[in-house]
Structures are given as C-alpha cells and as structure tokens.
Design a protein around this ligand. Structure first.
Ligand code: GRF
Length: 189
C-alpha cells in the first residue's frame, strides 16, 4: 500500500517502516530540519517540506501538502510524530485514509504531545500506545491497535518513552498491514 508519512520529530517510527520495507512513497514535514526529514533524504524518499513560515495560513500549507501527497499517489497517510492538526484542506481529501500513532492508551492522555509526561504525573501503573484512525476530533478516532506498557518504579520520561516506542514499532506496522489487508479484501468483493 502506497504510504505517505507525516513527521515533525526524530522519525524513529518512519525509520522502522522503511527498515521493514513498507512502501513509503512520500514523507511530509512542517519541520524540515527534523530527524524524520533527514531519514527521508538519506533513503531518497520524496520529501515535501511545508514550514508554516512559507505559507500565509495553515489552510494554504495543508493545500500544498495535499497536492504533494496526491501527486505521489499516497493511499494511506500515516502520522508518526506529526505535531499539527490537519485543516479541511488536507483532511477532506484524505478522510478515512489517515492513521496516527499516539503514546498512550487512548482515550487516556489524549490531545497533546506530552502523553508520556502526563501518564507519569498521573501516577498510573500502566500506559501504552495506540494506532487509530484520524477523525476531525483530536485523538478520538476509532482504535486499530493498542499495546499496554507497565510503568516501573524509577521510570522517567526518557525510560518510559523508550519502552512505549518499542511497542509502537510493533503495532504501527501491524496496523498498516490490517488496513491494507482490509483494503485488498474490499477490492476483491
Ligand atoms: C511517537 O511516540 C508517537 O507516538 C508520537 O510522537 C512520537 C514520534 O516519534 N505521536 P518518532 O518521531 O517516530 O521517533
């Protein structure tokens, strides 16, 4: 399945997909100097750079991003550490074709980039990660897969993030396989 991956951060989920030979045909970013953009460059994956500074509005940025993704015939857009909410300019073109990986057991600790820190601050015994469909409501779309991760005595954000991300590297590829198998089955019907 032709994947587009949206990144803003270090890009370890993107690297995991590339290393597992998923068909990543385009990477888009709002932060051209991030680790995810570097991974795209290193693997010669077409990289669309859309820093907000180049655009008047978020809608204009997303319209340019949509055009890039459409030009590369992206079938499924994977948000892997992308730190912006899509406007209708992109969302409507890819509605029902965007998934996200979030570092908590949604619906717990939704809506921010600090879910790991929130879980530690809340003192819960277990957190985890979720791959879900992206809908207009942030972090609230239907769940595809989740994995639980125990919080251990002495954990800090760095140690917990490492263990949560290790599970992300398992469930994001599996979720993409589930989605692409379902798409293939739908075509056969
Ligand atoms: C992941 O932990 C993901 O759950 C969250 O952002 C992080 C991205 O990490 N949405 P990376 O850029 O893939 O290393």
């Amino acid at each position: 399945m032709r994947l587009g991956v949206a990144v803003s951060g270090k890009g370890s989920n993107l690297r995991n997909l590339v290393e597992r030979r998923f068909e990543v045909v385009a990477v888009v970013t709002n932060r051209p100097s991030c680790g995810g953009a570097e991974i795209a460059r290193r693997h010669r994956i077409p990289l669309g750079e859309f820093p907000q500074s180049r655009f008047g509005t978020a809608h204009e940025r997303d319209a340019a991003m949509r055009a890039f993704l459409v030009a590369h015939e992206v079938a499924l857009l994977v948000c892997a550490g992308y730190d912006r909410i899509f406007t209708a300019a992109l969302f409507e073109a890819f509605a029902g074709r965007i998934i996200n990986v979030h570092p908590s057991l949604l619906p717990a600790f939704a809506g921010g980039m600090d879910a790991i820190e929130q879980a530690l601050a809340a003192g819960v015994a277990t957190t985890g990660c979720t791959v879900h469909w992206v809908t207009e409501e942030v972090d609230a779309g239907p769940v595809i897969l989740q994995a639980a991760v125990p919080i251990l005595p002495g954990d800090d954000a760095a140690s917990l993030r490492t263990r949560v991300q290790a599970r992300e590297y398992e469930i994001l590829p599996r979720a993409i396989e589930i989605v692409s198998n379902a798409a293939r089955a739908a075509v056969r019907q």
